[in-house]
Design a protein around this ligand. Sequence first.
Ligand code: ZN
Length: 240
Amino acid sequence: MPTKFLYWWDSYKREFDATVVRIDGNRVWLDQTLFHPRSGGVANDTGRLVWQGEEYVVREVVKEGEDAVHILDREPRFRVGDTVHEIIDWDRRYRLMRLHTATHIIAALAYKKYNALVTGGEITPEYARDDYNLTLSGDALRKAFQDLIAEANEVVKRGIPVKIYFLKREEALKIPGIVKLAEREPPPGEEWRIVEIEGIDVQADGGPHVANTREIGEIVFLKSESRGKDKKRVYYTVKP
Ligand SMILES: [Zn+2]
């Protein structure tokens, strides 16, 4: 059984119990996890596993096949079959959720305005960066990104719900635009998880997001760079 990613259904759960299914040194597999592994350019969650009063720090979470592997600060004393209590570092996770949802809005606006696609990116708790295949450079590029972020902030203020649902692959493929961004975090299997910001963006996506655009707060432009034809890069963050 692949790991069940609990945030697929609820990105706001901060603590939960899970059963240990495999241990290899300080690497631990659980039947279900709240921890988002590093994937699709999005940084992993950190946190703790608690077992009989002993706390283990979850330093890193990586994806191996369809599983999440939790890398602990030391080899655990618990065994396969034991129940552990998962606690995620919420402040870090919530910033990742806010920045990740901001990324959707900016990408949707860039697609609409310039027909530009995201060619790469990274989301950390501190900032996000995206690469676009834009033809602009220099001051014009900076102005374009500043304007996109200003427009994205207008969308944020409208308080639009972010809906999560599941669709069969063939149904999802009928949605215009869904494939343009699907490459960022390609969902596994025949059923796709869909993230929809009503009237703004629909995409197949396996990551945690906020439930309403208002939660993003304010998006702040940091800088832009031209790093090649398909690498017009923008850095931005969200206010604390
Ligand atoms: Zn996303």
